[in-house]
Design a protein around this ligand. Structure first.
Ligand SMILES: [Zn+2]
Ligand SMILES: [Zn+2]
Length: 432
């Protein structure tokens, strides 16, 4: 391993420090040693230097995916911490937050610790997210303080809603005492039961039971009301509908302490992808209408949505290669997030700064973790994106153990070509 790495001639984009300039970045002992503009001479460089020319490429703070299912412990045939973080690095992520619906559930310090032990040798930083309720049962609260002490950065019952409003209220209050983030999977489950896709004309014509958009919006409304009432901070996961973003926009205007994320599939695809019964278009919340997709893009543009997170949900063919209404929900997302988000830039919806905020700065700030900027002295978590590179996603190139992606065979543009985590190269498509 070289003593030092010099990333030169790239476009350095660091929204937190208000930087967007051509220049070079020197990394030594895993940290950012110096940043040079294109005109500055870097002076004497250290020996044993790996110099990488990044002409035409973007150099941005390491991307952070705050919504990932790593499946370990318990379902290692779908994904492991090792394989999931390898996929993360390949997709340009230097850090991920992993959801607690493993087997056993991460509802205690012992499971949180186990995840962190395994993550010590992983290809990206792993931030465990604990459960809100013990066993995700929705009955009694898990030990937030213990999990936080062990390293958890947030709590959620993701995969399931917290249906009991009093429990959710207590969770918000308890979490604010421990300064840990609550993430809501917003779903009114009595309205979604047995539903397989978005409810509407297409679900009716296909003979599939629908999930109405109000199932999400009712819970978004409830959780915003609880956040208002308690004054406690709330983060809403995978927002997918027009009325949800309207509610969040109003809530932010009145000062409600809320942040929100969406996933790339909600601003890329619509329910029309389900038409050929492709189970890789089945997720929860389901793909919505064109109007919903337009509203999600508008919310990304105006700041109503703070974060793009993948909801990376690996499933094996056993769970996906079956009848549509029986198939598991979710798709993998780590290796396609950058090009799908980059399409928002390419189509002129957002600028480069905003793209980096959505994928790095905001998740770092919301979770209260390191990263999200390129300050001198900071650990060198860095992603390099080639805005010109396009590629066809091939199943055999996917590093995730599961291949459940609706984007296999699609031509994608904008690719993470180099990822560094703590100064270590974890992904490299640029020949040195
Ligand atoms: Zn969820
Ligand atoms: Zn999820």
């Amino acid at each position: 391993m070289p003593q030092a790495i010099f990333l030169k001639n790239g476009r350095i984009i660091d929204p937190v420090n208000k930087v967007d300039k051509k220049g070079g970045l020197l990394i030594e002992k895993g940290r950012i040693k110096a940043i040079f503009t294109a005109r500055q001479k870097p002076g004497p460089l250290p020996k044993n230097l790996l110099s990488i020319d990044l002409r035409g490429k973007w150099v941005v703070p390491g991307l952070i995916d705050m919504h990932v299912h790593l499946r370990e412990p318990g379902e290692e045939h779908k994904e492991t911490i090792a394989s999931g973080t390898m996929a993360a690095a390949a997709g340009g992520f230097s850090a991920v937050a992993c959801m607690p619906n493993t087997i056993p559930v991460n509802d205690s310090q012992s499971v949180t610790r186990l995840i962190l032990e395994k993550a010590a040798s992983a290809h990206a930083r792993v931030y465990p997210v604990g459960a809100i309720s013990k066993g995700l049962q929705g009955i009694s609260l898990a030990e937030f303080g213990e999990m936080k002490k062990a390293g958890a950065v947030a709590v959620t019952d993701d995969g399931r809603p917290v249906m009991d409003s009093q429990l959710m209220r207590r969770a918000l209050e308890y979490a604010s005492n421990y300064k840990i983030l609550i993430i809501s999977h917003s779903e009114e489950s009595s309205l979604t039961r047995n539903g397989a896709m978005n409810e509407g004309f297409i679900s009716t014509s296909m003979g599939l039971k629908g999930i109405p958009h109000i199932a999400e919006e009712i819970m978004v409304y409830r959780d915003l009301a609880l956040a208002d009432y308690t004054g406690c901070r709330l983060h809403l996961a995978h927002i997918s509908t027009r009325e949800s973003v309207n509610l969040i926009r109003q809530a932010k205007k009145r000062g409600c302490p809320v942040t929100a994320e969406t996933a790339p599939h909600y601003f890329t695809l619509t329910e029309e992808s389900v038409k050929d019964y492709n189970t890789n278009a089945k997720m929860n919340p389901p793909l919505r209408t064109r109007e919903d997709r337009a509203a999600i893009i508008a919310a990304i543009k105006d700041g109503t949505i703070d974060v793009i997170a993948t909801d990376h949900a690996p499933h094996s063919v056993l769970e996906k290669d079956i009848e549509f209404d029986q198939a598991a929900n979710g798709i993998i997302g780590l290796e396609t997030a950058v090009p799908l988000a980059f399409a928002l830039f390419r189509k002129g919806h957002i600028n480069a700064t905003r793209l980096v905020e959505l994928l790095s700065c905001n998740p770092a700030r919301i979770l209260g973790i390191r990263g999200g900027s390129l300050g001198i002295g900071a650990e060198a978590d860095i992603t390099v994106i080639d805005p010109e590179q396009n590629f066809v996603l091939q199943e055999q190139d996917i590093l995730s153990l599961s291949k459940n992606s609706p984007f296999i065979g699609s031509r994608l543009q904008g690719r993470a070509v180099l990822t560094l985590c703590g100064g270590k190269i974890t992904h490299n498509l640029i020949s040195p």
